[in-house]
Design a protein around this ligand. Structure first.
Ligand SMILES: Cc1ncc(COP(=O)(O)O)c(C=O)c1O
Length: 484
């Protein structure tokens, strides 16, 4: 009998693992709506449970599945729960776990094409499809990343290399006016983070005020750029957000692109949350000008329901990406081929996982029309939620929703009240929602990014919020007891 490799499984063990995995998937799917949204965690107990010394003798396949079922799963958040509406996080699509398992099995290193020929082409086909959604042409390119934050960091890096041709050799140590980045007060912190990491400095990030719909004020953008230039600074990049994290507002991309063209700024779009709403016929017009951007960040791990991690950076002229990231090394036997892409030349990583497989597999399995339908489904639910809130006497909308983020308030409630309400909704199993802050006002935010959510779920949430609001009026709302 051939000996099994030290870290391999026997045929029987493989069969057991397959059976157990299948049972796990099945039980999870069947129980997802009944699982606690957030586990009740005693941090000390949890640490004791999972920080045990690793065994010298392994516990085997059955043993490890048992540990996962008994210790990991009950202490995990149920992101796939139909009333998990916090943040911008969707549950993975149905084929995703299988695609992930296959990616782990063949373990392609998506650094240069000879090591991962099919993976390289699959990634390019995903990138081309994504680029095509925004009207990017043959010159465009991009790379899958760990998420939208990394995509924006990579975009700002690319923009820096374009603006400062000697950046690679000299970094930011050269003399030259200080570089300035422009974004809005509603932008995601990943823009600040990128500027801080790159050495641009937070003092050189301008947060332009927004209009009454939380969109960047383009007049103020232009004014600020001109004032900075007149003061001897070097405005070099504007980051507009088609789909702000709090209210889903879509910055006026065309008008921002006009300013960028006039003022010679790189235009980056942080579309981590919103860009993929381009899939909806109803929203397409809002994204029409995206093709004018120099780069776009987006997140297949949000609206394409890919499991974490799957972000993406698209760049209108892919040679610019290579200018920032391509390095040759004697220990890598990569022969350039114009027909193929070496993804190590498009980003900071060398070893890279086969992220494209889960996106490609889902598009193949379900077809693009299903993703369009899911996009419309979540948009409809968000609008339904907004309509119910408007009709509820004790609730009010903080902004009319542009996408699927709905910000609302309980009339007369304080910030502490809203915090207490969020906790109560978790405690009684109604929903996981998040806090909202818009123009200094606080409230509650529900972001419908979940293909399992139904109208019944939305009704249940609004009914419960109304009940809490009614019960609280004149009693708890506004008093310290409510702010448990
Ligand atoms: C507008 C926006 N930008 C950036 C991000 C960060 O994306 P990621 O978590 O994929 O890094 C988010 C996350 O929700 C977002 O909404």
């Amino acid at each position: 009998m051939p000996q099994k490799p030290l870290l391999g499984l026997t045929r029987d063990e493989r069969e057991a693992a397959g059976r157990l995995l299948n049972a796990f998937f099945h039980d999870y799917e069947e129980s997802v709506a009944r699982r606690p949204l957030v586990p009740e965690v005693d941090r000390e107990v949890l640490s004791g449970l999972l920080e045990t010394p690793f065994p010298d003798q392994g516990i085997g396949v059955e043993g490890v599945f048992h540990e996962i079922k008994e210790k990991i799963l009950p202490n995990s958040t149920t992101v796939a729960h139909p009333r998990f509406l916090a943040y911008v996080q969707g549950p993975p699509n149905g084929i995703a776990p299988y695609a992930e398992a296959i990616a782990a099995t063949i373990n392609q290193n998506c650094n240069f094409w000879q090591l991962s020929p099919a993976a390289s082409v699959v990634e390019r086909s995903v990138i081309r499809w994504l680029g095509g959604l925004f009207g990017y042409g043959d010159e465009a390119g991009g790379i899958l990343t760990g998420g939208g934050s990394i995509a924006t960091l990579n975009a700002l890096t690319t923009a820096l290399h374009v603006r400062r041709p000697h950046f690679r050799e000299q970094g930011l140590q050269t003399t030259g006016p200080q570089l300035v980045v422009y974004t809005s007060v509603e932008a995601h912190r990943s823009v600040d983070k990128a500027a801080a990491i790159l050495g641009i400095g937070l003092d050189n990030v301008r947060h332009i005020p927004t209009d009454d719909q939380y969109r960047m004020r383009v007049d103020l953008l232009e004014e600020t750029v001109r004032a900075d230039r007149a003061a001897g600074l070097d405005p070099f990049c504007a980051v507009a957000t088609p789909g702000t994290v709090t209210s889903g507002s879509i910055d006026p991309i065309d008008a921002v692109a006009d300013v960028c063209a006039r003022e010679d700024l790189w235009l980056h779009l942080d579309g981590a949350y919103g860009a993929l709403f381009v899939l909806s016929e109803r929203k397409r017009a809002a994204f029409e000008a995206c093709h004018r951007a120099d780069s776009i960040a987006l997140d297949p791990h949000k609206l394409l329901f890919a499991p974490l991690e799957a972000g993406c950076l698209l760049v209108r002229d892919r040679t610019r990406l290579a200018r920032a990231y391509a390095f040759s090394a004697s220990y890598i036997a990569a022969d350039e081929d114009p027909l193929m892409v070496d993804y190590m030349d498009y980003g900071p990583q060398l070893s890279r996982s086969f992220k494209a497989l889960k996106i490609w597999s889902a598009l193949q399995t379900f077809g693009v029309d299903t993703f369009r339908a899911v996009t419309d489904h979540v948009l409809d639910l968000a609008q339904y939620l907004a309509d119910l809130v408007e009709a509820a006497p004790d609730l009010e909308l903080m902004a009319s929703p542009s996408l699927t983020a709905v910000c609302l308030r309980i009339k007369g409630a304080t910030e502490a009240d809203h915090t207490a309400v969020l906790a109560e909704l978790i405690e009684d199993g109604t929903a996981l929602l998040g806090p909202a802050r818009l123009a200094g006002r606080h409230g509650i935010r529900a972001c419908v990014t979940n293909y399992r959510t139904t109208r019944d779920d939305i009704e249940l949430i609004v009914t419960r919020l109304s009940d809490i609001a009614r019960a609280g009026h004149g009693k708890d709302i506004g008093t310290p007891e409510m702010a448990r």
